[in-house]
Design a protein around this ligand. Sequence first.
Ligand SMILES: [Ca+2]
Ligand SMILES: [Ca+2]
Ligand SMILES: [Ca+2]
Length: 237
Amino acid sequence: MCYTFCMHMLLLLLGCNPDQGIFVHPYPGRDTGDQADSGGNGASGGGYIGDGYPGNNGPSSDDDGPRSPSPGDLLISEMMINPASVYDEYGEWVEVVNISGEDLDLYGLVLADEGVDSGVVSFSSSILGPGDVMVFCAEQSASSNGGVSCQGDYLYQSFGGGFAMSNGGDEVILGFDSVVLDVVRYSGSQVVSGQSLGLDPDCMSTSGNDSSNCWCPQYDAMSGGDQGSPGKSNDGC
Ligand SMILES: [Ca+2]
Ligand SMILES: [Ca+2]
Ligand SMILES: [Ca+2]
């Protein structure tokens, strides 16, 4: 006799409506498209530097979410080829800029040369907003890499199985899913010990950075003692 009434009261006490079954709370923060978007873009925090690159407007309002990069979307903008304050295996880094106008997911990005070097970049967050910058480092820790804040890292290794930049001239290739996104070639005469090589802000395209005239040593002081502008806009050439 009491069973039906008692179960009814128990369900009410548990916050359930016995006439409609168990109450299921909606997923928090997932009830509108806008909230889901801002959540996804929030994960890109590490990539946003905001130092005056053209189009550096923070996360895009694109509702489709981040997409994979295609040729022309991402360019190499600065390289620390021959650090002086620390050994090359700790102090090399590559800066890239998203010039696509959309959020990109760089998970799977590869740094390579035209020889045997090839290293997959590891990220804490692989989402890069339009106009935003990331720096990929041989060594993540700013205390041992010359003072660079890194958004990704790779295995430093010459002669295969990783990536390294020769001080005597080399190529830097950004690859994604077997597609080449950007290539930069440099000679040993362009490399200054303790100074990164930066792309002139007037040459910010994947073809513009093919010209050696568009590259010059950078002069901003880094905390480790070398000079460069990792994560920041470059000096003009
Ligand atoms: Ca080197
Ligand atoms: Ca290029
Ligand atoms: Ca820079």
